[in-house]
Every structure is written in structure tokens, then in C-alpha cells.
Design a protein around this ligand. Structure first.
Ligand code: ADP
Length: 446
């Protein structure tokens, strides 16, 4: 008798659904008992718990020294759990690793069973059968091996691999029958637990989405009432002044109407930006991703804003070595990346005086492999306490500064876009000493 610790009378037990089979005598385990216990597993919806209980039943009812459960996930085989009989109950380790990376296994046997969906029994594995050349079987002088597919409606769910290196012919025919039946039961139970897990994670995902949407909706409403309220009040004031005849001079009326017009354009921009930001934050925005050459994209971006910089009296330069980014690809939505760049550049122009400088420095980082675009200006800069907040929605460094109609959303939108592409955006600045805004994007070789 090999596992005296597990020897008690199984028949004395009442509640099979909570019975741990490893506690009982292998000899006392009759066929019906094992099947009753295994059937109770179908109510176990926690995949890890299920695997542990399955492994205990299989290990102690098969006479295996070592049991392995391999599961198929998206066409790949993973060693999901391992148990040594000698270590006793609760010794099952559930830790999925790719089958190819496990060296202490005859992967060829497992792959054969997975491919053919037929079980393999080796009574003296190192000396007879098809797998005598397998490195693991040779090195360990393997003796008894039993490998059985777990099939659900004819499809492979996984494989049980059982070995006993102490004796030959360890897996007698009655034990094989039991494992075959347990495999069928395991297939149903694993599929059930997987379905349940999928359902649970879908429910969680949906709940998080709803929470995000609700938060975003609330933010949107409070932003709308705050940032639309002010210009609307001023529009109302000016229009009423004209209608009530307070402002009568046509020249004066024109002046006030042009302010009203400016405010309306600002509101329109704000609404467009807010709408885009909300869709970005709730992951409802659809990006049009396409592979793009680094060099081409950067040069086009730079060229598009040369005239704006020149009109503002600013010297605008690009630092990019002819080989930097050569033969590298970005997978991006170029219109959205242009939006990021334009926002950074318009800020740099807006906050720089005539005669200032804007430099665009382009580098490639090895680890992680990414393109970094850094826009540095010689403008007013940002103070230490404002700097960490400039990527927040509606953050404007100083109301008096934002005379040119900034909504305070540009950098918040830029951050969402860059993060969607797997990159980062950050700022460095000192008040009065200019500002650098950088963003990174993952690249890959052609
Ligand atoms: P907006 O859409 O109003 O331009 P942003 O989100 O783009 O708002 O910018 C947020 C804040 O960061 C603004 O208040 C602006 O004053 C400040 N800022 C952004 N870029 C610069 C820069 N290059 N120099 C100085 N301040 C900047």
C-alpha cells in the first residue's frame, strides 16, 4: 500500500460533494464512489478550485506518482497544474506555463495525444513503445506513463499526463477505465467553469464601462455648466444691450457683435473638444490605425506648421538625423497624432513672444522601443505647481493668460490619444524659461 496517509474508509463518508478523495484508501475507492465525487465537481465554478480537486481525484485514484493537467487555450497547450502524490493532498500547484517551456515532461507524448485525441499507455516507457528516444523519458528512465485526452463534444479541452517511475505497468486496466471516465467528467466541468469565468469577467467589464460612462457624463455636465455658462452670460449681456437700445452706434454694435461671434466660435470648439474627449475616455472613439513610416510622418508634421511659426515671428527648427527613425514603422491614426502635435505646437506658439524659438527634437529610444517627439519653446513657461496638472481637463494655468480662447482641453485630449497608441506624454518647464512637451509612440522595424 503506497499512500497509507490516505487510507480511511470512504464508505463512512456522507457528503460526497465536500469529500476529499485523497483522504481515503485507494483500495476502498470503488468505481461508483469516484464517479459520484467527480460528478459533484460540475457544480464547482471556480476554475482553480476545480482543477485542484480534479487533480487530487485523478492522482489518488490512478496510482500515479506525478500528475499533470495540460489545457488548451486558443490553440496553445499550457501545463496548468501539477501534483506529486508523495506530497499528499493540497499539494497541487496551479500555475499555467507554456508546454514548450517545460523541460521535465515528455512533450512529444502530450503533443501526440493532443493531436490524435487518442490515449497513450506506456508500461515501460524508456525501453518499449514509440517514445523511447524522448530526452525526458531517456534521462529519467521513465517506466509507467499514461496520457489521456480530455474531450468535450469531440474537441480537445486538455490532456491528463500521469507517470509512475517506480514501477512498470502501474496503470492497470481498471485504473485506466476510471481515468477515462474522469476525463469525460473533467471536460464538462472545465467547460462549465470556463463559461462561468467568461461570463463573470464580461459582467465585470460591462459594469466598469458603465461606471466610466456615468462618471464621464457627470463630469461633462458639470464642465458644460461651468465653461459654457460664462461665455453664454456675456453673449446674453451684449445681445440684450443691443436689443434694448443701450448700444445704438452701428460701429459700437459691430464691435460687440464681433465679441459675440468670437464667444460663439469658442463655445463651438469647446463642445467639439468635450465631445471628443468624452468619447476617448469612454473608449467609444474609433481610431483608424495604419502603418506609417517614422521619418515621413515627422517630416510632414513639421512642415505643416512652418507657416504658422513664421507668421508668429518664431524660428522653428527640426532636429532629426537623416537616419533617425529610418526603416521604422509606427502603427497610428495619423490624423489623431497630428491633432496631438498641432495642439502642442499651437501652445508653444501661443505662449512664446515674437523672436522666440521652437525646436522639435526627434529621437528613438531602445527600451522600450519608441519614437520620442519633443517640442521645446522659449516662451513664458509653466510654474512648478501648475506643471503636474496641465494634462487635466479644463486646467488653464492662468485665466488671464488664456485670452486666445483655449478650452483647457487640448492637452487632456492629446494625453488620451497618445495613451491609446501605447505611448506617454509629459512636460518639463520652469516659469519664464520656456517649456518642453514630449510624447512617445511605440515603433517597430519594417
Ligand atoms: P488649451 O486647449 O486651452 O490650449 P491645453 O490643455 O492645451 O489648453 O493646455 C493646458 C494649460 O497648459 C494651458 O492653461 C496653458 O496655459 C498651459 N500650457 C500648455 N502648453 C504651454 C506652453 N508651451 N507654454 C506655457 N504654457 C503652456
Amino acid at each position: 500500500m503506497r499512500y497509507p496517509n490516505y487510507l480511511t474508509s470512504l464508505k463512512e463518508q456522507q457528503d460526497w460533494s465536500t469529500t476529499n478523495i485523497s483522504d481515503y484508501s485507494l483500495q476502498a475507492l470503488d468505481f461508483m464512489t469516484i464517479m459520484n465525487t467527480s460528478r459533484s465537481l460540475s457544480s464547482e465554478v471556480n476554475l482553480e478550485q476545480l482543477i485542484k480537486r480534479l487533480m487530487e481525484i485523478v492522482t489518488f485514484s490512478s496510482g500515479a506518482e506525478r500528475s499533470i493537467l495540460v489545457l488548451k487555450e486558443r490553440d496553445n497547450l499550457f501545463v496548468e497544474a501539477e501534483m506529486l502524490a508523495l506530497d499528499g493532498k493540497d499539494s497541487c500547484i496551479v500555475n499555467p506555463v507554456a508546454l514548450e517551456t517545460k523541460e521535465d515532461l515528455p512533450a512529444a507524448v502530450i503533443q501526440f495525444v493532443a493531436r490524435t485525441k487518442e490515449g497513450v499507455v506506456l508500461d515501460d516507457a524508456a525501453n518499449t513503445g514509440f517514445f523511447t528516444h524522448d530526452p525526458y523519458i531517456r534521462e529519467t528512465d521513465a517506466k509507467s506513463i499514461f496520457c489521456e485526452p480530455i474531450l468535450h463534444q469531440g474537441n480537445l479541452v486538455g490532456v491528463f499526463y500521469l507517470e509512475n517511475n517506480l514501477i512498470r505497468n502501474a496503470f492497470t486496466s481498471d485504473r485506466l477505465d476510471i481515468i477515462k471516465l474522469l476525463s469525460a467528467q473533467a471536460a464538462i466541468s472545465i467547460e462549465n467553469a470556463r463559461l462561468y469565468n467568461d461570463l463573470e469577467s464580461k459582467v465585470k467589464e460591462r459594469t466598469n464601462e458603465l461606471i466610466l460612462m456615468e462618471t464621464s457624463r457627470r463630469d461633462l455636465l458639470s464642465n458644460i455648466s461651468h465653461d459654457l455658462g460664462t461665455p453664454l452670460t456675456s453673449i446674453q449681456g451684449y445681445v440684450e444691450a443691443i436689443l434694448d437700445g443701450v448700444i445704438q452706434e452701428p460701429e459700437e454694435q459691430r464691435k460687440y457683435l464681433s465679441v459675440v461671434h468670437m464667444r460663439i466660435v469658442g463655445i463651438q470648439r469647446l463642445i467639439t473638444d468635450l465631445y471628443q474627449l468624452s468619447r476617448l475616455e469612454t473608449k467609444q472613439f474609433h481610431f483608424q490605425l495604419a502603418p506609417t513610416s517614422c521619418q515621413t510622418m515627422v517630416r510632414q508634421l513639421f512642415a505643416k506648421y512652418e507657416l504658422d511659426a513664421a507668421n508668429a515671428g518664431i524660428t522653428y527648427t527640426l532636429d532629426m538625423s537623416p537616419t533617425e527613425g529610418e526603416d521604422l514603422l509606427l502603427t497610428v491614426d495619423t490624423d489623431r497624432i497630428e491633432q496631438v502635435y498641432a495642439n502642442i505646437l499651437y501652445n508653444a506658439i501661443k505662449f512664446s513672444a515674437r523672436g522666440g524659438f521652437i525646436n522639435v527634437l526627434v529621437t528613438i529610444r531602445p527600451e522600450p522601443f519608441e519614437l520620442v517627439i519633443r517640442v521645446t519653446d522659449t516662451g513664458v513657461g509653466i510654474s512648478e505647481e501648475d506643471l503636474p496638472h496641465i494634462f487635466e481637463r479644463f486646467y488653464k494655468v492662468s485665466k488671464s493668460r488664456s485670452t486666445s480662447g483655449g478650452s483647457g482641453l487640448g492637452l487632456a485630449i492629446a494625453k488620451e490619444i497618445v495613451q491609446y497608441h501605447g505611448g506617454q506624454i509629459w512636460a518639463e518647464s520652469r516659469l519664464g524659461k520656456g517649456c518642453s512637451i514630449s510624447f512617445s509612440l511605440p515603433v517597430h522595424r519594417i
